[in-house]
Design a protein around this ligand. Structure first.
Ligand code: F6P
Length: 255
């Protein structure tokens, strides 16, 4: 049964790889919506993948959320990967401190025996503050490091789940509803064909910066995220997906 399951996932991985036009898809067994250990397995598999592709002295940018927190939890060092730099991809984005990109990036750096730089900026920012803050030498320096990242690792969420979790103001909620936002990643909200409905104004990586980065890894599982994953990948900004069986099967079956 185990071997059958393994080869079964291979077929599913290929199918999703072709449908979403990705370079690599990794599926782990289970459903992170209902089985708590599956999210940890997702984190573990993501760490394994990361350590298989990075080399010493590279920079990894990370986002926040519970899936990325699971990645940080499972992170460890590797004899082949030395002196890596970890940075948050963007600002805090209204997450609890343990799920913020800064926290996750510091934890990953510590466990990998690497270094880290943090972003201390509130979000969302007003246009005026945004324009002046990105010119601060300290901020400018870290933004430069972020844009030069070799690898980006990020979560994907359901638009309304994320908007609620962030205590989003009602005018923005209305915008998300009328624009039929389905998914969220990096502070961007997307509709079912991947068009940006709304963007949280904060410093750090912008969507257009992603196309210059060689490896952009999305980590998202659970049946409830299938539609969000599909929506996010419509515009194809990431090239690797690490997910679970439940999300993968729902992606193929449709919703
Ligand atoms: O808020 C950071 C973030 O990475 C979002 O961009 C994403 O939608 C969310 O977290 C994913 O969170 P979780 O892994 O907890 O579902």
């Amino acid at each position: 049964v185990f071997m059958e399951e393994l080869s079964g996932f291979h077929a599913l991985e290929d199918q999703i790889k072709d449908t979403l036009k990705l370079d690599r898809v990794i599926i782990i067994p289970g459903d992170s919506d209902t089985q708590t250990w599956v999210k940890q397995d997702l984190g573990k598999r993501a760490v394994e993948y990361l350590l298989s592709i990075i080399t010493s002295d590279q920079t990894v940018a990370v986002t926040g959320g519970t899936s990325m927190a699971a990645v940080a939890e499972m992170m460890h060092s590797s004899p082949n990967v030395k002196d890596c730099m970890f940075v948050p991809a963007r600002g805090g984005l209204g997450e609890r401190v343990e799920n913020q990109a800064n926290t996750i990036c510091a934890e990953m750096a510590k466990k990998a025996n690497g270094d880290y730089r943090l972003l201390y900026v509130p979000d969302p920012l007003s246009e005026g503050t945004y324009q002046s803050i990105i010119q601060e030498p300290g901020v400018e320096e870290i933004l430069h490091i972020i844009r030069q990242a070799d690898v980006v690792m990020h979560g994907i969420g359901n638009a309304l789940t994320m908007a609620t979790r962030r205590k989003t103001p009602s005018d923005v909620l209305m915008k998300l509803e009328s624009g039929r936002a389905v998914s969220e990643a990096f502070g961007y909200y997307f509709d079912h064909i991947g068009h940006v409905v709304h963007k949280v104004r904060t410093v750090g990586m912008q969507l257009e910066d992603l196309s210059k980065i060689k490896t952009v890894i999305a980590i998202a599982g659970g049946k409830s995220k299938a539609e969000a994953i599909d929506s996010y990948f419509r515009q194809g900004k990431s090239n690797v997906l690490i997910t679970d069986e439940a999300a993968a099967k729902a992606l193929i079956k449709g919703f």
